[in-house]
Ligand binder design. Sequence first.
Ligand code: NAD
Length: 428
Amino acid sequence: MDDKSFNPFAMAQAQFDKVADTLDLDGGTREFLRNPMREYQFSIPVRMDDGTTHTFRGFRVQHNDARGPCKGGIRFHPQETINTVRALSMWMTWKCAVVDIPLGGGKGGVVCDPHNLSAREQEQICRNWVRQLAKNVGPLSDIPAPDVMTSAQHMLWMLDEFEAIHGAKYPGFITGKPVGMGGSLGRTEATGFGVIYTLREALKQLDIRPEETVASVQGFGNVAQYAIRLYEQIGGKVVCVSCWDQADQKSYSFKKDDGVNLDTLLEITDRFGGIDKDKARDLGYEILAGEAWLEQDVDILIPAALENQITGANADKISPRVKVIAEGANGPTTPEADKVIEERGIFIIPDFLANAGGVTCSYFEQVQSNMNYFWEKDEVLGKLDVKMTSAFIAVSDMARKRKLYMRDAAYVIAIARVAQACRDRGWV
Ligand code: NAD
């Protein structure tokens, strides 16, 4: 989101168009799938702690629900736009389809910065977001979840409001709830671990041992932290991480050639995934410019922060040593950068496959909530590994057989499944 002119929805449509050209999709189906089915934009007035009223802007976009209820997170971000939410809702449709779970794609957001809001003000935003949409979301139609800068607490406020409005308990309305309040064990780890399940499979196919690899990671929030944890457990070493510095309003990279220490870094990281750079310097980290994570001499890059980070302007800075890019974030790579990555033969695990662990585990949470019976963590993570691994193998087989770039292969599988569901329902 550094570039103000960047339109993520145009990028999501460009990715779709590229694949739709190669699929036998008729014009009507194509037009239907390249746009969201429903969009909601609304005002959220909040009485602030100082007595004034501030009106926040809220969004929910339901891209496609042919395969099941819409599913997707709610982001709190000061630069949130309807186009970002549209793009993310579309990517959710493909994401649910590529891992073959019976859900469609949705996404929501509020233009706000929780850094500057009290807990009470955030609670009001959450409750009011649900009040605006109480008839348009629900366990059988659209199931929200946490995303950038929203947490289990935000989800619980939203659930409480939904249940108050509808006068009954609906634990399957929202996922990412706190464990003990209908949340699933393993949800916190799920997205980051899912990135590494797919990375592990990619390394197997490339005949590379994880123990012989080093990686650089953009972001140090939920996805990045658990991706680093599991990557280290399978033998890898992370030498650089980056994050946003709220005080300086810019990002920094933190480098340590002998490997970052996840546990000590976590001790100096705030709940938004921001690392204290003075303390990091004291611990021996080299503090570099925000973009430095991309330029490291590593085998693996894991963008796990925001969209629009690997672009036509910086893709040539990727080290010749890089063999795999595992996209933890949504939309981190622009189509211009994709061209460079494809030409260089770097193996990319596209976002909507690599980071599908979160929604897959959310689906498990919904199943458990609806049954009111909860699984042990090993069972959740075991099921997650099976789903992610089989989705990865289906995409990489398709890429190999049809000589496609991995992103295009994932799109071919996902779009074909969604188009088929639309045809089966008689919509197109
Ligand atoms: P988070 O809020 O926990 O962490 C975001 C991290 O990115 C923080 O460390 C922040 O400092 C860093 N960051 C922000 N701007 C940056 C910049 N310009 N340069 C470097 N670092 C920057 O968010 P998260 O849940 O880890 O999500 C990260 C990405 O993964 C997002 O694109 C999100 O949509 C995607 N994603 C998340 C999940 C999930 O389950 N959390 C699931 C699928 C996809």
